[in-house]
Design a protein around this ligand. Sequence first.
Ligand code: COA
Length: 259
Amino acid sequence: MYKTLLTQTENGTFIITINRPDKMNALNASVIEELGAAMDEVYNNNEIKSVIITGAGEKAFVAGADISEFLTLNAEGGAALAARGRVLVFDKIENCPKPVVAAVNGFALGGGCELAMACHFRISSENAKFGQPEVNLGLIPGYGGTQRLTRLIGKGKAMELLMTSDMVGAAEAKTLGLVNHVVTMEELMPKAKEILQKVHSKAPIAITKVIACVNEAADGNHHGFDNEITRFGECFETADMKEGTTAFTEKRKAVFTGK
Ligand code: COA
């Protein structure tokens, strides 16, 4: 169905594999369009409970936006390219009501690092390398990299990585808080799937509200505390809250319906 992506659903997890391994899975206009369409599927298909985004092959997750598409752009064209990516893909991933995990299987550079950072959290293989090398090209990140990297690893380290174009390996990425787990390549997809299966066993409406609240905290939204209280209250009107609390008092495992 897609030209640049492979997709499959496994136990409720929609796996999106960016499939341009000969070009290090670089994000050209087709990949951006198709990622947008794939995320629309995620929003609209009730059978999909979570998402993993990964790259084809064992070398690259995504080595950035496709540099060959940059050559003819002027200021307007450059800004439009970044804005389109934001609307079609990056905002949809970050604000997705279902958990989205990046399984980073190699280079995550430029737009690739930005794509991984837009996901709700990241698992990485040992060979992964992260970086924002845009200043090597006379550019800056355009898919949210300056914002999300600063939020994830703090201002000083973000400044250094963005100014030097230095790459960090998986172990350092974990120390910095950029990735949650580092595993072997063989364990990468199983680890991501295992975590998502655990999330599937929780109350889906509560998971959606957690995502919204944490995004607001990361965005520095001044209403984050108020909105948490509102959403906390809303949970009391759900069947799943009644099931969860009843199951606890009856000393049994809760069975959630997403209602
Ligand atoms: N855009 C377009 N093409 C890219 C690309 C990108 N971001 N990253 C890699 N490619 C292409 C290369 O041009 C090459 O294509 P070719 O075989 O037709 O010449 C192919 O992918 C393989 O890359 P290559 O550089 O030969 O592999 P390598 O193992 O020597 O190096 C990287 C791997 C990732 C270190 C290197 O490709 C790289 O630095 N890529 C650009 C990273 C970047 O600056 N990203 C930010 C973009 S804003």
